[in-house]
Design a protein around this ligand. Structure first.
Ligand SMILES: [Fe+2]
Length: 168
């Protein structure tokens, strides 16, 4: 995975009592999720800006609400990587190089096309977030597991809000 060397970009001494091995695994995981979060944010804003059709206004608002959630997660995830003695790899270029999400389709125009594109990406993000709970737990970092659990609950809710448009 692209994140394999993230923790070696830069590290800092810390009196945080988690073992270095635990922190290193958590930092890698956090930076991978940071990349996906930044990508998900920009893709959700892409839908917010470009959606067209009779459902424009409600989708425009909903996409922006979801993007605002991701902004909060970006900060929480990046800051946890740093507080563990790591270096947050959070520039647009860094996230573009490391993201696991697929590119946003520029052909998407209607509400359903944008919702479908976002469901694909949000469900991928939901899966990686849920996997991150277990990875952090197995690494021995309960706080990072808890952070991803908190994020996961809202991701599931936002995915429901998106998918409900396709289920009727
Ligand atoms: Fe806006």
């Amino acid at each position: 995975m692209a994140s394999a060397k993230k923790s070696t970009v830069r590290t800092f001494a810390t009196k945080n009592d988690l073992a270095k091995k635990v922190r290193t695994q958590a930092i890698d995981l956090l930076n991978q999720q940071l990349a996906d979060s930044l990508d998900l944010y920009s893709q959700t804003k892409q839908a917010h800006w470009n959606v067209k059709g009779s459902d424009f206004y409600q989708l425009h608002l909903m996409f922006d609400e979801h993007a605002a959630h991701v902004v909060g997660w970006i900060d929480l995830v990046a800051e946890r990587a740093v507080m563990l003695g790591g270096y947050a790899t959070g520039t647009v270029r860094m996230s573009a190089a490391a993201t696991t999400l697929t590119d946003y389709p520029t052909v998407a125009t209607t509400g359903l096309e944008h919702v479908t594109a976002l469901v694909d990406r949000w469900s991928s993000y939901a899966a990686s977030t849920r996997a991150a709970i277990d990875t952090a737990d197995e690494a021995g970092d309960q706080d990072t597991a808890d952070l991803f659990t908190e994020i996961s609950r809202q991701v599931d809710m936002d995915l429901w809000f998106l998918e409900a448009h396709l289920q009727g």
